[in-house]
Design a protein around this ligand. Structure first.
Ligand code: NAP
Ligand code: ZN
Length: 352
């Protein structure tokens, strides 16, 4: 067993601080990765503050981080997909049972035995898994992704969660030419949703509570921007959307968006606010509309997304920070002041 420097939270109200965590010795199937960049997802904040306790209680100390890119420093004897020196990524999943129907359908995220990158049951060391706010990680090669060589690494890290979480539902709901698509919330997930929906050829409309983001929304690929607090601006889009992707991290009125869907339209929630959102059945009845959820994506689809990004030159817009600024970044994320993903330069942990 090795030790690694990390940033952890000791409790739900405790700021993240320097810590030392165990990392397992490399087994036959493992890849050891020196972490170069790790994105900051709003899920990290929800978990650190135990906001999802009704679904999964946070175990402390908690080391978040599931948007990992790094360089392979060691491989186990049976590893065939990766070599020492390769640039690789790790997202939200580090293990699954490989045998259930979901795994056989390449949807490991829905495996009953799926192990998340942090706050999941660690089958090797006991306790819970520790994420990417750390200098290194050891992961089964089946959950290690290839990173396209032509992309900026800091901008690649957020693809491992924000990227796949938006790519997957946009593909599933066949977003493309001739479709009018809404993206609600222009944060980490939302800005990737805009880039993908545009790249897939749809007409893209951003809904934001931050009108000052309008110019950025257009630059990122939106055709139109709507201030979601302006009832008249919202009403102009009534019954007109094929698909809406809702990325909002906090309490908000989903019925306002269901009203904008056209016949058989779908609203997919990827945002995971702490409290349940009331859905009006009447909003759904008139137009046979549906509301769905979507959870990250499987490993094969995550690789497909990374390859798509390589071909189309797509990365996240990142504000790179040293790890010492992580607590401040959380506060800014809560104020919707993120343009459009914080990404930790893990070199800052070396001398911490
Ligand atoms: P983020 O960067 O903080 O973005 C969230 C955006 O939502 C904000 O930038 C803001 O956009 C909008 N927003 C925030 N508070 C709001 C409010 N009270 N009312 C209306 N809009 C509000 O967060 P993120 O990392 O993109 O994550 C978004 C959510 O997705 C989180 O709940 C996260 O846990 C969840 N998530 C789910 C999955 C999955 O697999 N389903 C994966 C990753 C993350 P504007 O300023 O434009 O209004
Ligand atoms: Zn995430």
């Amino acid at each position: 067993m090795d030790k690694a420097k990390a940033y952890s939270a000791a409790g739900a109200t405790t700021p993240l601080a320097l810590d030392t965590i165990p990392r397992r010795a490399v087994t036959d199937r493992d890849v050891k990765i020196e972490i170069l960049f790790c994105g900051i997802c709003h899920s990290d904040l929800h978990t650190v503050r135990n906001e999802w306790s009704s679904v999964m209680e946070t175990v402390y100390p908690c080391v978040p981080g599931h948007e990992i890119v790094g360089r392979v420093t060691a491989v186990g004897a049976a590893v065939s997909r990766h070599e020492v020196g390769d640039l690789v990524g790790v997202g939200c999943l580090v293990d699954s049972d490989h045998t259930c129907p979901a795994c056989r359908a390449d949807m490991e995220q829905f495996c009953p035995g799926a192990v998340f990158t942090y706050n999941g049951p660690d089958r090797h060391l006991g306790g819970v898994t520790y994420g990417g706010y750390s200098e290194s990680v050891v992961v089964d090669e089946a959950f290690v992704l290839r990173v396209p060589a032509n992309l900026d690494l800091a901008g690649v890290a957020p693809l491992l969660c924000a990227g796949i979480t938006t790519y997957s539902p946009l593909r599933h709901w066949k977003v493309g030419p001739g479709k009018k698509v809404g993206v609600v919330g222009l944060g980490g997930l939302g800005h990737m949703g805009v880039k993908f929906a545009r790249a897939f050829g749809a007409h893209v409309v951003v809904f934001t509570t931050s009108p000052e983001k309008a110019k950025d929304a257009l630059r990122l690929g939106a055709h139109e921007v709507v201030n979601s607090r302006d009832a008249d601006a919202m009403a102009k889009h009534a019954f007109s959307f094929d698909f809406i992707l809702d990325t909002v991290s906090a309490d908000h009125d989903v019925n306002a968006y269901i009203g904008l869907l056209s016949l058989d339209g779908n609203l997919t929630l990827v945002g995971a606010p702490e409290k349940p959102l009331p859905v009006s059945s009447f909003a759904l009845l008139f137009g046979r509309k549906s509301v769905s959820g979507s959870l990250i994506g499987g490993i094969a689809e995550t690789q497909e997304m990374l390859d798509f990004c390589g071909e189309h030159g797509i990365t996240a817009d990142v504000e790179v920070i040293p790890i010492q600024q992580v607590n401040e970044a959380y506060e800014r994320m809560l104020r919707s002041d993120v343009k459009y993903r914080f990404c930790i330069d893990m070199a800052s942990l070396k001398n911490a």
